[in-house]
Structures are given as structure tokens and as C-alpha cells.
Design a protein around this ligand. Sequence first.
Ligand SMILES: [Zn+2]
Length: 242
Amino acid sequence: MLEDLKYLVQLQEIDLRIKEQELAQEQYPVAVEKLNAQIAHTVSGLNDIKEKLLQAENDKKNWEEQVVKAHSGLEKSQERLNSIRTNREYDAVHAEIEAQKSIINSAEQRRNNLVAEIEALQKSVAEHQAEFDRIKTENDPLINDLQQKIGAIDVTIAGINEEREAIIPKVGRHIFRQYDLIRSKRKTGRAISTVTTNRTCTICYKVLEPQLYNEIRKGTKVILCQSCGSIMIWSPGESSEP
Ligand SMILES: [Zn+2]
């Protein structure tokens, strides 16, 4: 096998690692954003429900104050009953008393409704808090991990690039140019089709003619796939067949 072809396979492997890192460089920040958005969403749900609970507690306090106020008005009215002289006065005070009783009734009713509502809201706050705690516990380590990876990517790429620079001179200039041209046109960055005993191009899956297959096995020259144009290199190590 041409030494060039052996190094070309290594170069492809290096280039794919760089590509993988570059892809991660795009995807990791998006993943971090998603994880943070998930936390923010649960925080906002928790805060909304806490806000409702606070409002209900304030309302309950207001209605309780109304009850106290109406009770004190009721007492005063009842005291006045003792000093009444005319029927007209009696009717007026009696009406006051009825009005205050009615206020007390409806305020107590509302206050009691709020007690039930507050109980439900407290339960909901606890559930939202548990959900927030769960998401936070799950997401925080993932975010930290991704951020560390993001921070390290440039160094990782630089390291792989050094490997690349070291191997390029070992590949013949002509073969390198051919490889790099094919690679640059492909989204996957894959320019090399490693041929195994499957006797197919591993990129386009075209079945190889016996003579071509034998040529590839010899590995004495650069052979391109007639169908997809990939550089075909014999690589029995990747075969799953004996
Ligand atoms: Zn092909």
C-alpha cells in the first residue's frame, strides 16, 4: 500500500475530529441556552404561583379586618339600642345592625373561601418548588460540563490542528490537493471511502467491479469512486466480515 494512502486515512480521521469539534462549538452554546431556558421557565412558574399566594394571603387579611371592623360597628349599634327613644331611631339602628351582620357574613364567607384557596396554592408552591429543584439539580451539572467543554474547544482544535500539520507533509502534495478539494465540497467532510470485504463504496454504497476492487486492495494508486468521486482506500480493519 502506498504510504501516502495510509497517511491520508489518518488525515481524514484528524479532519473528522476537527469537524466534530467545530460542530460542538456551534451546538454546545445552543444546548446551554436550552438548559437555562428550562430553568428560567420553572422559576417563572414558581414565582407566578408565589405571587398568587401572596395576593390571596393579603386578600384574606383584608377580609379579616373587615370582619373585625364590622364586629366593632355591630357592638356600637347594639349599645345604642339601649338609649333609643323613638320607633324611627329603633328602625334606623336595627337596619345598621342587619347591614353589619350581612357584611360580617359575606366577609367571613370570602375569608373562608380564601383559606381553601391558600391551602391549594401552598401545595402548588411546594410542587413548583420541587420541580424547580429537580430541573436545577439536573441541568446545573450539564451546563457546567458544557461550559467547560466550550472553554476547552479552541485548545482541543489547536491540538488536533498540530497533528494535521504534522501529517500533511507525509501525504503527497498531489494526493493532498485532491483529497482537500473533495473534502471541502462535502458537508460531512468525508472524502475517503474505506473499502472492506463488503466490496462496496462506503460513502455511496455502489457495488465495486471485481477488477476495481482488486486494484483498491493492492493500494498502489489513488482510485476514485466512479459513482460519488470519493477516494477509495482498502481498509480491511473496518470490516465486520472475516
Ligand atoms: Zn462512492
